[in-house]
Design a protein around this ligand. Structure first.
Ligand code: SF4
Length: 170
């Protein structure tokens, strides 16, 4: 009987889905080449799945006394609650579907693991190693899950230990 493939969540834009705020393609061909025939990709786009359109205005993370907020850059609209409410159901689904790992898009205010910009209320950069709002919740819910940005693809693949799951010789 064939061994089951690992289910890997992946930021949808890395697979070439044009879900970015500007509608542009961010396909990372390395992700496809290294993993396509070895894992089951499950694309996730927090911004589109929580109901935002394509294209949409750019967003950023903003520090506030109440915690990090997801804000629309041009008009300051706060979309944190929209994202958090959607994420609650999505994280339940991820648990049910038993994701083994998540590969996320760097620098995104929703998907980054450790490379999003965090601004103050005047738009000044505080740090550029923040987690995106969705991935922060993902990490909190699944502290042991392997999560990496596409910039760390080689290490990510190593840690997946795919040989065990594909039955290939080690
Ligand atoms: S980075 Fe995340 S939220 Fe942005 S387009 Fe890609 S999958 Fe969607």
């Amino acid at each position: 009987m064939p061994l089951k493939k690992l289910k890997i969540g992946v930021s949808a834009c890395l697979l070439g889905m044009r879900f970015r705020y500007d509608g542009k393609c961010k396909l990372d061909q390395r992700v496809v080449d290294m993993l396509l025939d070895k894992v089951d990709f499950i694309p996730v786009c927090p911004e589109v799945e929580c109901g935002l359109p394509i294209p949409r205005p750019k967003m950023h993370l903003e520090h506030s006394s109440g915690g990090t907020r997801l804000k629309v850059t041009e008009d300051g609209r706060d979309l944190t609650l929209t994202m958090e409410q959607w994420a609650e159901g999505k994280l339940d689904q991820i648990e049910r579907r038993d994701f083994a790992a998540f590969l996320c898009k760097s620098k995104s205010p929703s998907c980054a693991l450790k490379s999003a910009a965090l601004l103050d209320s005047r738009g000044q950069l505080i740090r550029h190693d923040a987690a995106g709002i969705f991935v922060k919740l993902l990490k909190r819910r699944f502290p042991k899950m392997l999560i990496a940005e596409e910039t760390e693809l080689e290490d990510f693949v190593k840690h997946l230990n795919l040989d065990i799951f594909t039955g290939e010789k080690q």
